[in-house]
Design a protein around this ligand. Structure first.
Ligand SMILES: [Zn+2]
Length: 267
């Protein structure tokens, strides 16, 4: 039984034994950016880490030490934001995971809570799969949260209830519901979020203020630590179940380590 699921809290022999018994690693992907007056700038990376750890418990995996940073030029108009370029971010993600592949990690679950990371993560995932022998699955955990809690939380909005719940599930003292102020207009925010999340059309929105003039919008007033803990459990349960199914499928039908094994045998 491991004392923690976080790679950097474990010793070398603990990690070596764990990778041998289950070669699954989970990379949390998030961002450091302004989230209004009531949520910390680390909201996205805190959400990704706490969900990753809960998924790792259920799937018997290790949570890699991820960079807290992501690709977020969109939020740079506000203090409290630090962004990487897509190229830097891809390299950090790829080199982190390649190191563990060299030590025997074979399955990689990338668990992302920041939409601006999606294109870079897709390219990194492809390279980790094709060139480094990992079976790779990416899950957009913020969209899983929206599927499960969007209806009761007024959607997935920047700084809204779903994000507040994620931080409450991690460290409640970082959420300041008494400081909620200057939410942008909801109708416009939802319209713009919908526009950027369709499958067919992808407009470039360079500045968060084109969605929310004040940098955030939503209704986090009713978020509680208890609801946050419930949301965390349900998201982790859903991701662990789905990811286990998909990894099994990748192994048997077309991809991942099975594909490489077959190529080696054929060669
Ligand atoms: Zn966020």
């Amino acid at each position: 039984m491991l004392p923690s699921r976080y790679f950097i809290e474990l010793t070398q022999p603990e990690i070596a034994a764990q990778l041998k018994s289950n070669p699954l690693v989970i990379l949390a992907a998030g961002s450091v950016e302004q989230h209004g007056p009531h949520l910390p700038t680390g909201t996205d990376i805190f959400a990704a880490n706490v969900i990753s750890s809960a998924v790792a418990e259920r799937m018997d995996g290790l949570v890699l030490p991820a960079t807290p940073f992501g690709v977020t030029p969109m939020h740079m108009p506000f203090e409290g934001t630090i962004t990487l370029t897509p190229d830097t971010y891809m390299r950090v993600v790829t080199e982190t995971c390649v190191s563990t592949a060299k030590h025997g990690a074979r399955r990689l679950l990338i668990l992302n809570w920041h939409e601006g990371n999606i294109p870079s993560l897709a390219i990194a995932a492809e390279s980790l799969h094709r060139e480094h022998g990992m079976s790779v699955l990416t899950v957009q955990a913020c969209y899983v949260a929206e599927e499960l809690y969007g209806k009761t939380c007024n959607g997935l909005t920047h700084g809204g209830e779903i994000e507040a719940l994620a931080v409450l599930a991690f460290r409640p003292e970082l959420v300041h519901l008494d400081r909620i102020d200057y939410s942008s207009e909801h109708g416009h925010g939802h319209k713009m979020d919908k526009l950027r999340r369709t499958r067919s059309y992808q407009p470039v929105l360079a500045d968060i203020r084109s969605i929310a003039a004040t940098g955030w919008f939503g209704t986090p007033q009713h978020a509680t630590a208890e609801k946050g803990a419930r949301m965390l459990g349900e998201i982790a349960e859903a991701i662990a179940r789905e990811a286990a199914d998909i990894f099994r499928l990748l192994d048997t039908v077309q991809g991942g380590t099975a594909e490489l094994r077959q190529l080696r045998q054929a060669g």
